[in-house]
Design a protein around this ligand. Structure first.
Ligand SMILES: Cc1cc2nc3c(=O)[nH]c(=O)nc-3n(C[C@H](O)[C@H](O)[C@H](O)COP(=O)(O)OP(=O)(O)OC[C@H]3O[C@@H](n4cnc5c(N)ncnc54)[C@H](O)[C@@H]3O)c2cc1C
Length: 398
């Protein structure tokens, strides 16, 4: 039991509680998957083979479904996701539902993503106790090139109608979210697309967040310019309540590669420690402004979660404050999510669902993330091993 646990009553390492919704067989399976993911070269090769196989129409879905899909995906339909949400709900953990489709250049796919997002928001509205929030990606609603050109201030006349369509769809989703009483969180993407996304989401927040933070933007604190951005957002919030989902950022390698290709300065903090410092600084800024800002602490980082929880306790803020939530990805950091929920905080598991074929980029990102940069898979393996050992000892009566 850690000192912090004794002082705050919050236990973020309790694997017995954290994995109570997983059978031993599921945990053994998860252990193997995380073990395999540590082989960075293998993951890169399999991701390449996987996307080629899907493009050629080869039947790889059963393998995906039984491996990465089983671990990181909440199913392929809304009904399947609801089943997972009900299971999580028994432990006080709610759902941030994500339709796991990624950027598309195809107009028909953008329209079908828009319809699917609408259906998802309505569905969440019907099951608000279990699914109070949903996530969307704007590159699924208009092609990445549109956001890129708009961010660079060079939107061509040929792409202008597509941009306008993207704006119209995003506004319609925000209005539907208000109508259904569902929180809508817009994911953050690559820095060269993000300028236009920020501009649009900030404008829409001013329109729909008059009373409550319903629409949330996402801020990636691995970017050197983002602390200033958060300060600016807080300064500009006149007459509305911004929603901020704070993440560290998922595209370190891609961002650095892209900057190097174009001869631009690296937009990412030089190391993990600098990212951590920036994250916690932004966290404190948002917590201090909590009466006026919606904050979603979206991280698997135990220290950041603990800092936020401690602040809330020390300041005597209600742990169920409607402006505060924590969020972790489905299949990851369960002891954190379950520990925070048990301590009385609002926790959303980010639960992607959707057809495997279209969810492949999401799954391959999870695979890469667990194989490289951070020690995420190491952390997951330690937790899972501890729990498997505990169950084994209990079974053998030791
Ligand atoms: C609920 C939820 C929603 C998310 N939504 C988004 C989203 O919309 N957009 C998005 O981009 N990501 C998103 N992510 C992913 C997130 O950005 C991180 O990639 C992931 O959560 C790991 O960071 P961490 O804070 O959980 O944990 P940690 O393991 O403490 O941190 C790992 C992170 O630190 C940073 N980092 C690692 N090494 C370095 C280095 N050498 N230099 C600088 N920084 C480094 C990277 O951001 C890396 O992902 C989301 C995550 C969650 C939990």
């Amino acid at each position: 039991m850690s000192v912090l646990h004794v002082a705050t009553g919050i236990d973020l390492d309790n694997t017995a509680w954290g994995y109570s919704y997983r059978s031993t067989e599921e945990l053994r399976w998860a252990w193997w998957i995380f073990r395999l993911l540590r082989w960075g070269g293998l993951v890169k090769a399999l991701n390449g083979v996987g996307s080629l196989a899907l493009r050629w129409g080869l039947p790889v879905e059963p393998v995906l479904r039984a491996t990465l899909g089983r671990l990181f995906l909440g199913g392929e339909t809304l009904e399947e996701a609801l089943r997972v949400a009900k299971n999580l709900g028994q432990y006080g953990v709610q759902v941030l539902l994500d339709y796991a489709v990624e950027a598309s250049e195809e107009a028909s796919e953008q329209e079908s993503a828009f319809l699917a997002y609408q259906e998802m928001i309505r569905f969440a509205g019907q099951h608000r106790e279990l699914i109070p929030s949903v996530a969307v990606k704007l590159t699924a609603l208009a092609p990445p090139l549109v956001w890129k050109q708009k961010s660079a201030g060079r939107l061509s006349s040929a792409l202008t109608p597509l941009y306008e369509k993207g704006v119209e769809r995003t506004r319609a989703l925000a209005q539907l979210a208000v109508q259904e009483g569902v929180i809508l969180m817009v994911d953050a993407e690559e820095s060269w697309l993000q300028g236009a996304i920020d501009e649009l989401v900030e404008g829409l927040m001013a329109e729909v967040n008059k009373e409550h933070p319903i629409l949330y933007t996402t801020v990636q604190m691995y970017r050197r310019d983002r602390l200033e951005y958060v300060q600016g957002l807080l300064r500009r919030m006149h007459g509305y309540k911004p929603g901020i989902k704070l993440v560290r950022g998922a595209y370190v390698e891609k961002e650095r590669r892209h900057a190097a290709e174009y001869g631009w300065p690296d937009p990412i903090h030089p190391d993990k420690v600098s990212t951590d410092i920036a994250y916690d600084q932004a966290l404190m800024l948002c917590l201090e402004a909590l009466s006026e800002v919606g904050l979603c602490v979206a991280t698997h980082n135990r220290t950041s979660c603990m800092k936020a929880a401690q602040y809330v306790i020390m300041e005597g803020i209600d742990r169920q404050h409607p402006h505060l939530s924590f969020s972790q990805l489905y299949g990851m950091a369960d002891p954190l999510s379950f520990g925070l929920a048990k301590a009385g905080f609002r926790v959303y598991k980010y639960l992607p669902f959707g057809p495997l074929r279209r969810a492949f980029p999401y799954l391959s990102r999870r695979a890469e993330e667990n194989s490289s940069l951070s020690d995420q898979s190491g952390r997951e393996l330690r937790w899972i091993s501890e729990e498997l050992e505990r169950r084994q000892k209990r079974k053998s009566g030791k």
